[in-house]
Ligand binder design. Structure first.
Ligand code: MD6
Ligand code: FE
Length: 160
């Protein structure tokens, strides 16, 4: 789901409403924004954003995301290298990134629950994706406290 503005996966474009039910995209809770902006401010090589979009993805244990660039935001946002801030919750994912769409050449790192990844400046148009989600890697305390189902939640904050 998308908060702030709707991001349509099929047209890869932003709009005010969701095509499947016509509803307005819900607003981004201030508490979410605060977390993203605090993370943004610790990465002081990047400009500070005022996020107006948060894309929330839920990956089941078989979820993946092919190598892609995030380039549907405004020209101005991309040209300024405004960062996007990604927060991972739940199961660990193997995140891949590189200069090309070639999976074999991509660098792979684990994104664990609580990890924050910021792509901005020269890295704004890096190819990136998720090769796989690692089953049963959610911290026990988090599972017990929230009843989170198996899988991974990823939130990405951007400024359109
Ligand atoms: C991740 N997510 O789940 C990476 N890109 O760690 C993305 O690359 C992404 O979640 C575009 C739109 C939504 C996303
Ligand atoms: Fe992406």
């Amino acid at each position: 789901m998308s908060l702030g503005k709707n991001w349509d996966l099929t047209t890869r474009s932003y709009g005010p409403t969701r095509p499947f039910d016509g509803a307005q995209a819900p607003t981004i809770p201030d508490a979410f924004k605060m977390i993203a902006q605090t993370a943004n401010s610790t990465a002081n090589e990047f400009p500070q954003i005022n996020p107006d979009v948060c894309i929330v993805n839920y990956y089941t244990n078989s979820g993946k995301l092919g190598l892609h660039q995030d380039k549907d935001e405004s020209k101005s946002s991309i040209n300024q290298g405004l960062p996007f801030i990604s927060i991972s919750i739940g199961d660990t994912a193997e995140f891949m990134f590189g200069d090309t769409r070639d999976k074999g050449k991509a660098t792979k790192i684990d994104l664990e629950s609580g990890d924050v990844l910021i792509l901005g400046g020269e890295s704004r148009l890096l190819f990136h994706g998720i090769s796989h989600v690692k089953t049963n890697t959610t911290p026990t305390w988090l599972k017990e406290a929230t009843g989170l189902r198996p899988g991974r939640i990823n939130l990405t904050f951007r400024q359109y």
